[in-house]
Design a protein around this ligand. Structure first.
Ligand code: SRM
Ligand code: SF4
Length: 555
């Protein structure tokens, strides 16, 4: 495969000039400006920090000739979504001390803080560091938070999987010590030893972000086909335990760039456990060299593989590895996404309970005090937590004697049990969008409950209230809540309208198709209603909405 040689983007120039992600960040943190300059905003992302402004007051401030309200989003890396109770309590404290009082669980098992001001960024990094956590690598052109099905890590499953997410996160995290110097210590090391960066990163890191998820072979809660690299555990008849590697998925698309598209990952190879690190390093190395550094809209791995073809990409990896890859195992067919909600018991007798968090936003409000309940449980009991790729949280390690206490704490806080959740509410996802996301065209998180209510009443009036449907909303086609693989995907199109995609599968292995364009939020369910009618009248008994819509086709 040949390397693309065109003029590189300004971001590439900034990365190369940054001395391994330092740039002028240290100096800028010392000055009194509420924001960073252009290049620094790019470098900040590698440190898990996004420069944003409060879009709710953007217009009013501009009209008044005032400075925008500069705020920062920080994304905390949580490999496999696992947190100790001590870490959760620290996360909870930080939400008040330097953020907007909310804890935002992401679709990749990480945690986001919103609303931090520049002067508090170092304190945030230090408070995380005290509990062995970091935002470094939460964003930027590196391997992002490694996602893993929480059931693979729980004690009732194969314990050999338990630390895999953490091991990969550690192994593929950049080696530069810039973050700890600048944000944690508060000064650049006077005489630092030169730590050689990973060869697969070099001094310009990857062309774009790179996402890894480890799926449960029994269900696809992590959306393994949406990843740059998905690992599906399996047992090869000759090579033993390992993973089928699925490569080059990615869901982002851009209305202004027709050459962008959503793509599902394809099976590359079966990789025995002992070779996992080497093969990932070879994939990263190939991506580093072959990804398009001249156009960030088309720089993801999916475009490398789509352009060259999977066979050529496999050959490229084999050449870099110096050995051939084994053929992939058959992909799982029983793969419906599990929501991990409600109570279940481990083989060792301990219990866990998965709690639904609407749009991943943990806060206390008049109706629900989820944040307080989680704080109470983390303080009173030696529990641990798993975040899920559905923006929910699992409280794990509960003894039989503690069960009633946990149940009572959740009830008192107004947290609804899994059985009480509606058929769409249970698994609906929404990205943050307004007012923090700079890319948002429409609302998403803030209209999720209205959209869910619309669709649930549409199901109910058709006698379909017991038929769950996966619905996901985003404020733009970047697809952060993965609407492209939902049964119903609602995607911000213009300032006041959405496109509706239908026909994704519950297994996450089929892209939804564009069915309706430029629909106002109040009309969303009414627009899909004729399809729901058809599903009610002519769908097979056990046919999901997504399978029905796909079979029927979109006219
Ligand atoms: Fe995302 C950019 C939020 C998962 C595709 N994403 C953003 C930014 C940082 C906006 C920006 O660039 O200025 C959003 C921050 C908004 C805010 O105010 O917090 C943002 N993405 C999120 C989160 C928080 C959504 C959520 O509801 O949880 C998720 C954080 C994940 C994490 O913990 O790392 C999140 N983003 C995803 C996913 C889903 C996934 O990875 O499973 C996707 C689709 C899969 C993929 O990568 O293709 C996704 N986000 C994007 C894209 C499009 C990338 C592309 O290839 O075109 C962007 C835009 C970009 O990178 O330029 C983006
Ligand atoms: Fe922002 Fe778009 Fe991602 Fe939503 S999908 S968080 S609007 S980038």
């Amino acid at each position: 495969m040949t390397q693309i040689v065109k003029e590189e983007t300004a971001v590439e120039v900034a990365k190369r000039a940054s001395d391994y992600l330092r740039g002028t960040l240290n100096d800028e943190l010392e000055n009194s400006s509420p924001k960073f300059d252009g290049d620094s905003e790019q470098l900040l992302k590698f440190h898990g920090i996004y420069a944003q402004d409060n879009r709710d007051v953007r217009r009013e401030r501009s009209l008044a000739g005032e400075e925008l309200e500069h705020i920062f989003m920080t994304r905390v890396v949580v490999p496999g979504g696992f947190l100790t109770s001590e870490q959760w309590l620290a996360i909870d404290v930080i939400a008040d001390s330097v953020a907007d009082g909310t804890i935002r669980l992401t679709t990749r098992q990480a945690i986001q803080y919103h609303g931090t001001v520049k002067g508090d960024l170092r304190q945030l990094a230090r408070e995380l560091d005290e509990v062995m956590m970091t935002s470094f690598g939460g964003c930027g052109d590196v391997v992002r938070n490694v996602v893993m099905c929480p059931d693979l890590q729980a004690s009732h499953h194969d314990p050999s999987h338990r630390d895999q997410a953490l091991a990969l996160a550690t192994k593929f995290r950049p080696k530069t010590t810039a973050h700890w110097e600048i944000f944690v210590d508060g000064q650049l090391a006077a005489s630092r030893e030169t730590v050689a960066e990973h060869a697969f990163y070099g001094d310009t890191y990857l062309p774009r972000k790179f996402k890894i998820a480890i799926a449960n072979p029994g269900e696809n809660c992590v959306d393994v086909y949406a990843q740059d690299l998905g690992l599906i555990p399996g047992n090869h008849p000759e090579l033993g335990e390992g993973y089928t590697f699925v490569v080059a998925g990615g869901l982002g698309r851009n209305y202004a760039h027709e050459h962008t598209f959503a793509r599902l990952g394809e099976p590359l190879a079966f990789v025995p456990r002992s070779d996992v690190d080497d093969v990932i390093a070879a994939v990263l190395d190939a991506y580093k060299d072959l990804g398009d550094r001249t156009d960030r809209k088309r720089a993801r791995l999916k475009y490398v593989v789509a352009d060259a073809g999977l066979p050529a990409f496999r050959l490229e990896i084999e050449q870099r590895l110096g050995r051939s890859l084994a053929a992939p195992l058959d992909l799982p067919t029983e793969f419906d996404r599990h929501d991990h909600l409600g109570w279940s018991q481990h083989r060792d007798g301990l219990w866990r309970v998965g709690v639904r968090v609407a749009a991943g936003r943990i806060r206390d409000d008049e109706r629900t005090q989820t944040r307080s309940a989680l704080r109470q449980l983390a303080t009173a009991l030696p529990v641990r937590f798993y975040l899920t790729a559905q923006q929910d949280i699992i409280i794990d390690g509960i003894t039989e004697d503690e069960r009633a206490f946990v149940q009572q704490a959740l009830l008192a806080a107004g947290v609804r049990s899994a059985e009480d959740l509606g058929p769409i509410e249970k698994s609906a996802l929404a990205c943050p969008a307004l007012p923090t996301c700079s890319q948002a065209l429409t609302e998403s998180e803030r209209v999720l409950s209205d959209i869910v209510s619309q669709f649930e009443s549409a199901l109910e009036t058709r006698g379909l209230a017991r038929r769950p449907v996966t619905l996901r909303v985003t404020g733009c086609p970047n697809g952060c809540a993965r609407p492209a693989v939902a049964e119903i995907g609602i995607v911000g199109r213009t300032k006041s309208t959405y496109d509706i995609y239908v026909g994704g599968s519950k297994r996450g292995d089929r892209l939804a198709s564009l069915a309706f364009e430029k629909v106002k939020v109040v009309d969303l369910a009414a627009t899909v209603a004729p399809l729901l009618d058809a599903w009610a009248s002519s769908g097979d008994e056990n046919e999901s909405f997504g399978d029905f819509a796909h079979r029927r086709g979109v006219q």
